[in-house]
Design a protein around this ligand. Structure first.
Ligand SMILES: [Zn+2]
Length: 270
């Protein structure tokens, strides 16, 4: 599943090909994504110039002169640039053709993604209740400490809650808790301020590193498969249940927390 670094890598990869370009037409082959693609998307977007490509949480915001295309990659979506008119394969649901002769092509085999239109995207119902971006000053250890007081839920689902902070998916939550030495099962409300300061720093460091590494795959956005570098970073815990800890050699354990597999080291994480 594309997580925040992959979405940011996508934004950086597609943006130079979109900004300043006029849309010549929008071809929708299948409207059935998580929500139906608006019937009038072609009418709304064609003839307009793309002004900016932004990101909020895992939503890409492709801003035209009037209105914004809100896109989410869901479980299996990707966006890449192809030559306009290149025959579409199965699952290649949308082409946004540009005057440059390229087209932004949306592919999504499982169709859990989204492509919606809004005149006021930050106040759209999908975005308005989102917590702060993890790589901004609005997110820090003090916020985690204050929001967690009195909460008995485990710390891992707590930091994965979009109202607390956006973009901390399973991989990054698992790795940040490992790096901060915090047992993912601990009650969120029982963790000290100092440990939350460390955890927030590790979340920022790991996400920033993943985005930096994703930058090395930008060449894939034209003609390639549009899949940014998912697991390029070294993983200490995620996906390593029953393997030895890279720090202390203890066998890593796997538990389910909030329906998600959670791997941790019983010696390094307390
Ligand atoms: Zn260990």
């Amino acid at each position: 599943m594309p997580e925040l670094p992959e979405v940011e890598t996508t934004r950086r990869g597609i943006s130079p090909h979109l900004v300043g370009q006029r849309v010549s037409r929008v071809i929708v082959r299948d409207r059935r994504l998580r929500w139906p693609i608006p019937e009038d998307l072609d009418v709304r977007l064609s003839g307009q110039t793309i002004v900016q490509v932004n990101r909020r949480a895992k939503y890409l915001l492709i801003e035209a002169e009037v209105g914004t295309l809100i896109s989410h990659l869901g479980m299996s979506g990707n966006l890449r640039l192809v030559e306009a008119g290149l025959p579409a394969l199965k699952h290649e649901h949308v082409d946004i053709e540009l005057e440059s002769g390229l087209a932004l092509r949306y592919t999504d085999p499982r169709r859990f993604g989204a492509m919606l239109w809004s005149l006021d995207p930050l106040n759209h119902e999908l975005l308005i209740r989102l917590g702060p971006e993890p790589l901004t000053e609005l997110f820090d250890g003090l916020r985690l400490f204050e929001l967690s007081r009195g909460r008995s839920m485990a710390v891992k689902p707590f930091i994965m809650d979009n109202a607390v902070v956006v973009g901390v998916g399973n991989i990054y939550a698992t790795e940040a808790l490992f790096a901060a030495g915090i047992d993912p099962r601990r009650e969120a409300g029982s963790i000290s301020k100092a440990r939350y300061v460390k955890l927030a720093m590790e979340i920022k460091r790991i996400l920033a590193h993943a985005i930096e590494r994703g930058g090395t795959t930008l060449r894939d956005f034209i003609g390639g498969d549009g899949q940014p570098g998912y697991f390029q970073q070294e993983l200490f815990a995620y996906g390593r249940g029953e393997e030895p800890c890279k720090v202390c050699g203890t066998t890593l354990r796997e538990v389910k927390l909030g329906q998600r597999a959670s791997v941790y080291c019983p010696k390094c994480q307390k």
